[in-house]
Design a binder for this molecule. Sequence first.
Ligand code: CP
Ligand code: NVA
Length: 327
Amino acid sequence: MNLKGRDFLKLLDYTSEEILGLIDLAADLKAKKKAGVPHRLCEGKNVALIFEKTSTRTRCSFEVAAYDLGMGATYLDPTGSQIGKKESIADTARVLSSIYDGIEYRGFGQEIVEELAKYSSVPVWNGLTNEFHPTQILADMLTIRERFGVLKGLKFVYMGDARYNMGNSLMVGCAKLGLHFVACAPEKYFPNAELVETCKAIAAENGGSITLESDVQKAVSGANVIYTDVWVSMGEPDEVWAERIADLTPYQVNASVMKMAAKNAVFMHCLPAFHDLGTTVGKQIHEKFGITEMEVSHEVFESEQSIVFAEAENHMHTIKAVMAATL
Ligand code: CP
Ligand code: NVA
């Protein structure tokens, strides 16, 4: 597998073999890190990390992964650079690629990261856009494989707003790797019809399937993985909360949902999650709407079936694999 010089913008751009190759590399780099074996595969290089939205996991993962690989990293926060305000994406791409060996971008429309890659002469990695979050999917698949030993044939159910970055990317990832993907949501939260058709064709080639289902019992029955994400994503206006709470409360992952799934089912979430009143936003929503938990109940989040922290750790190992493979 030679991915040198490639961008990593969305999983649709990668073959199933290449995605599995990145997951294998992540597992190998994880084993090396755990064993204390140095893996400074990119010694002397430097990467720029552009974040137009906030982040804990992705930012820390890129920084630590860069240091472990022997690189320097510069973090550009959502307010501290000229990007988009005084300098276009095309100009930023040309400036940063003359200084750095790779560029990570987290922000709004997918077209922005695609534009950055078009004008950049070094690899560009998508650290989340409104449409896709591909490094998260590599982490999720590594975590699932660690738990079940396989990926192909597992039943994967995504509950909640399936139209956004996580629903879209998980659907593509499942299609590429032969899992049976179910989007469980009210119809208006189903992923874009064109992307669904594309994913159905990819899934058919890999022994998987794509199903859209509003009935929770039907969707979840026999599932191996139950996945959810926040009901309102970064960059969306506060006004949408009331409608989302009304529409998506029946799709909350709680103990009764987990009981409908397979005995060996796991709960996953890309995080951050609203499962208690331990956050400012959680408290504000509680004051306004009277609820104490949202997309996942505190009970499920803290249960034995929840593998969210293993999943968060794996984000670092998979981001490291993406940088090591493409630089
Ligand atoms: N899952 C994830 O991307 O988390 P952050 O927003 O903290 O980076
Ligand atoms: N859908 C979420 C994912 C966060 C990792 C968001 O875009 O805010």
